[in-house]
Design a protein around this ligand. Structure first.
Ligand code: 13P
Length: 249
């Protein structure tokens, strides 16, 4: 069976003290679950989160990183810096990185390569914008995002990869893809990976859905056969809501 995962992307939210209190509350309320639970606080609070979660199964991830090993990249963070504080998982290609910070497929391919070479686990995000869905191009867009960043990889890299389909129009908008739309796209993603690699790889990779997942819609979305969990934004900032979503898987 594929790994089931519920990951919280905190984006640019929570100070250090707020990080500690949210994680304390989350740890206290965490239900018994077969799913892996991941939280991604902002860079400056990663160590705080690691310390708060020392005796917990919750995994801490970074929201981004640079592809270079080190050097004159003001404001950036390297893989080694993350690994040195015990962070081995990184989110790459989030739609906000793409749309607000100009990250394109070529740059993301470099980041993916670095993270994989360093032995990290990646949560690779992708998804179409509203216009692309309206014009019926969403399958082509998703396929090319995957091709450009991931399909040049060796097959052996896939165990380090988790995919997160996050349609841009569903992020932070309160408008979620219907469970059927999510399932349709996730099945398409799996068939695309089968074509490019193998059925075995396609069947093993966890594909998360992200975009306005809330306690009241998580069960329906997670019930779909090709949806292996969620990447949660806003609802991961409240322990009660995040716990309710974890219970839904
Ligand atoms: P929301 O759950 O706030 O829509 O955000 C989704 C997301 O971008 C997770 O990475």
């Amino acid at each position: 069976m594929r790994n089931q995962i519920v990951a919280g992307n905190w984006k640019m939210n929570k100070t250090a003290s707020e990080t500690e209190s949210l994680l304390d509350e989350l740890s206290a309320k965490l239900p018994d679950t077969h799913a892996s639970v991941i939280v991604a606080p902002t860079f400056v609070n990663l160590s705080t989160a690691q310390n708060s979660l020392q005796s917990s199964t919750i995994v801490v991830a970074a929201q981004n990183m640079h592809f270079a090993a080190n050097g004159a990249y003001t404001g950036e963070i390297s893989a080694d810096m993350l690994l040195d504080i015990g962070v081995e998982t990184v989110i790459l290609g989030h739609s906000e990185r793409r749309s607000l910070f100009g990250e394109d497929d070529a740059l993301l391919a470099q980041k993916v390569k670095t993270a994989l070479d360093k032995g990290m686990q990646i949560i690779f995000c992708f998804g179409e914008e509203l216009e692309e869905r309206k014009s019926g191009n969403h399958f082509d867009v998703v396929k090319s995002q995957l091709q450009n960043a991931l399909f040049g990889l060796d097959a052996v890299a896939w165990p380090q990869i988790v995919l997160a389909y996050e349609p841009d129009w569903a992020i932070g908008t309160g408008e979620t893809a219907s469970p059927e739309q999510a399932q349709e796209m996730h099945a398409f993603i799996r068939s695309t990976i089968t074509e490019a690699f193998s059925t075995e790889i396609a069947e093993q990779v966890s594909i998360l859905y992200g975009g306005s997942v809330k306690p009241n819609n998580a069960t329906d979305i997670f019930s779909k056969p090709d949806v292996d969990g969620g990447l949660i934004g806003g609802a991961s900032l409240k322990a009660e809501d995040f716990v309710a979503i974890i219970k839904a898987i």
